[in-house]
Design a protein around this ligand. Structure first.
Ligand code: BGC
Length: 756
């Protein structure tokens, strides 16, 4: 490793400023005379988009062939850190083969609304699941000597006005939901780079948000790499550098390098800030070139098979009346153009030039299945076509079962814009009507990056959510339809019955450039469960061809005070007749009533694969933070006191085992003491109560609203409430209390507070 400090001393001001932006779309600048290398960055996150000489931003020009894995929406439904790590490692291998140093991904933004056009690229509505899967993705890639760029930091939860919108989020929600989705991945996997988002958060562009990029990311979470701007996310370069955004991408034609130089020369920017940024860049640049494997290659067929395995572990069987799995001898009518032209990835910067694509028709031919194909609808049009529907109905009526391949065409969801509704195109809806009228055994296979509504669900026998299944999508679907493997994926997001049931409905996509996160922490299932709004398919839901029994829940302790970890153990038995995997979910229900909380929150998960009849003991651990809420006033995580229910189940709405746990939380801190402090807020503190009683003894005689405080029983609800919500200064209005006495009281209370 070179001595970075010595190199910086040898660099000119211009060279240092130049290092802080790209040379072209995908490459940084080097300094040849000093042996400082340039590095190559490329999208990500579920396949590479390495471009040659013909470069562009959003995938207009073809990139080199690479394996297209399922996108994050599907990956997340595997709930498998192992698979995510394997995928990350495969990306790392391909990056080595293409001479890339950093892969731009994964994306850990929360799915706030199902309408967000880029949800296919994000993992979940739940921060724990999202950040654990992101961490695994990063671990895998970086294990191959290739860096990850965790993106888009932070609160980039919509595409509408994505480069200017201001996400207004209260601090508790930001911490518990939107930042938490990145936090574990940063702390645990230490990505080489973090990409700041386009949007603003509470008034500041992310690219110049010092609190996000330095105070939280670096100082609190210990991030050691460099921050790169999303492509063209830079607003003002010099404030961005000061805030902690080291690398601007792509290039700015030297414009903003010159601004940095001028700012140093004019004394507006301390050169030490630039040096620190350059040091961070050089550290990663050298790590990246040192880890380069010359002559690296990858086994395209092995990666295709990995893509197939990941896809089939990720797909979610939403509904099944027993029609699935299909039997080999059944005659199947395969209907829908997606069977021959699959939609297997999303549009925009993550677009991969797949090494090969295996549509369902090809996979069915390979396995010698007995089927006929009819197009049913055209992907490129939305309008119904009676002839196509009629042909499909006829084919369906001659078969034992119909398999309808439906989903969202590319133009319906993409990076760059959001959807406005959750419906399938009209031609597909008409097709469902026609086919189900002709064939009672109809299976729907979906290709979509985010939830759709399904008013037709009651008309079909089975629904397999394939998400955007990557290049081996057809083989994976065939494996599941015919029961080569049992489906094991579960939803990492809620499917609402109606768009209006989604908690952000009134606050999406905002007014002009402002979007208020008015739903607070109640995103996805947190809202549905708390407000008891039945979803179409709940978070964590997914069926199997087998059955699992849950038993013998034990906790390693009956009480918890945050010092040690708590282990939750249970037995899972595969009580069905085929090998299958189960995703066990652990939710905590905070019943302490300290602050408004969601009815339950995911705090652990595990995926186990079991032979028929086999039992495995599953263990999940909980630590202090899992029980905490974020106290914005004190800028810290607080452990409440009271009862929690530990819930273990097969989905958020299929809880199988519960147990209570008493938590002895943090001492409630005294509130800030001033004339507006409420009496009631001091009652939990013995010292404060003692002082209040001393100071108020005489006036309390006349004021029944102080009875409760004085320990005289209270009992009059109105009076007790008046006393509880009484600011200290109001005593002057209700009694002979004086300003001078109030000052003396405040002085004594502050003394107790500081001694506390
Ligand atoms: C996207 C990023 C992507 C970058 C480079 C941006 O438009 O938001 O996710 O990595 O382009 O293609």
């Amino acid at each position: 490793m070179r001595n970075v400090t010595t190199l910086i001393e040898q660099m000119t001001l211009e060279e240092k400023a130049g290092l802080c932006s790209g040379d072209n779309f995908w490459r940084t600048k080097g300094v040849e005379r000093l042996g400082i290398p340039a590095i190559n960055l490329s999208d990500g996150p579920h396949g590479l988009r390495a471009q040659g000489e013909e470069q562009d931003h959003l995938g207009v020009n073809e990139s080199k062939p690479a394996t297209c894995f399922p996108t994050a929406a599907g990956l997340a439904s595997s709930w498998s850190v192992d698979l995510l790590e394997q995928l990350g490692a495969a990306l790392g291998d391909e990056a080595q083969a293409e001479g890339l140093h950093v892969v731009l991904g994964p994306g850990a933004n929360i799915k706030r609304s199902p309408l967000c056009g880029r949800n296919f690229e994000y993992f979940s509505e739940d921060p724990l699941l999202s950040s654990h899967l992101a961490a695994a993705h990063i671990r895998g890639t970086q294990s191959r000597g290739v860096g990850s760029s965790l993106k888009h930091f932070a609160a980039n939860n919509q595409e509408h006005r994505r480069m200017s919108v201001d996400a207004r989020i209260d601090e508790r929600t930001l911490r518990e939901i939107y930042l938490a989705s990145f936090e574990h991945a940063v702390k645990e996997a230490q990505p080489w780079t973090v990409m700041c988002a386009y949007n603003r958060v509470n008034g500041e562009y992310c690219s110049e948000h010092r609190r996000l990029l330095t105070d939280i990311l670096r100082d609190e979470w210990g991030f050691e790499g460099f921050v790169v701007s999303d492509w063209a996310a830079v607003n003002e370069r010099v404030p961005g550098l000061v805030a902690g955004m080291e690398l601007e991408m792509p290039a700015s034609g030297g414009e903003r390098d010159a601004q940095i130089v001028a700012a140093v020369r004019e004394g507006q920017l301390d050169e030490a800030v630039l040096d620190q940024a350059v040091a961070r860049l050089l550290t990663v640049f050298f790590r990246a070139v040192d880890a380069r494997l010359e002559d690296a290659g990858f086994d395209a067929e092995a990666h295709h098979q990995l893509a197939r395995r990941i896809a089939r572990e990720s797909m979610v069987l939403l509904q099944n009346d027993g029609t699935l799995p299909l039997a080999n001898e059944q005659r199947v009518a395969v209907i829908g153009e997606f069977a021959e032209r699959p939609r297997y990835q999303g549009g925009g910067s993550s677009h991969v030039n797949a090494t090969r694509v295996e549509p369902l028709l090809e996979a069915l031919e390979t396995r010698g299945a007995s089927f006929d194909y009819t197009k049913g609808f055209e992907i490129d049009r939305d309008a119904p076509d009676q002839q196509l529907e009629q042909d499909a109905a006829t084919a369906a009526s001659h078969a034992d079962v119909a398999v309808l391949c439906l989903g969202l065409p590319d133009r319906h969801e993409s990076e760059g814009y959001d959807r406005t509704h959750l419906d399938l195109p009209a031609n597909q809806l008409a097709l469902i009507e026609a086919v189900t009228a002709a064939q009672p055994n109809t299976v729907v296979v979906l290709a979509n990056g985010a939830p759709i509504v399904m008013p037709w669900a009651g008309r079909v026998s089975a629904i397999l959510e394939g998400y955007l299944g990557g290049q081996a999508v057809g083989a994976a679907v065939a494996d599941l339809l015919y029961g080569e493997v049992s489906p094991g994926g579960k939803l990492a997001e809620t499917f609402p019955q109606r768009l209006e049931d989604n908690p952000v409905h009134l606050n999406f996509p905002g007014e002009g450039d402002v979007v208020r996160y008015g739903e607070g922490i109640f995103v996805g299932y947190r809202y549905h469960d708390t407000h008891d709004v039945a979803p179409l398919f709940p978070f964590g839901h997914g069926l199997s061809y087998s059955h699992f029994d849950y038993a013998n829940l034990t906790l390693s302790a009956d009480t918890f005070n945050g010092d040690d970890q708590l282990t939750v153990s249970l037995d899972i038995t595969n009580s069905g007749e085929r090998e299958a995997s189960e995703i066990v979910q652990l939710y905590l229900s905070d019943q302490t009533q300290t602050v408004p909380v969601a009815a339950q929150a995911l705090r652990g998960f595990d995926r186990v694969t079991l032979a028929p009849g086999a039992t495995e003991r599953v263990e999940m651990t909980l630590s202090r933070r899992d029980f905490c809420w974020y106290d914005a006033e004190r800028a810290d995580w607080r452990l409440p006191t009271g009862s929690f229910e530990i819930r273990v189940g097969a989905s958020s709405r299929d809880i199988r085992l519960t147990q209570c746990l008493e938590v002895r939380g943090d001492k409630t801190p005294l509130p800030a003491i001033d004339r507006n402090t409420l009496l009631g807020d001091l009652k939990a503190h013995d010292g404060a109560v003692r002082i209040l009683r001393e100071h108020l003894a005489d006036i309390a005689e006349e004021l029944p609203m102080l009875n409760d405080l004085m320990g005289r029983g209270g009992g009059d609800d109105l009076m007790d409430a008046m006393g509880h919500y009484l600011p200290l200064r109001a005593m002057i209005s209700f009694s002979g209390f004086t300003e001078a006495r109030l000052e003396a009281l405040l002085k004594d209370l502050r003394a107790t507070a500081s001694a506390d």
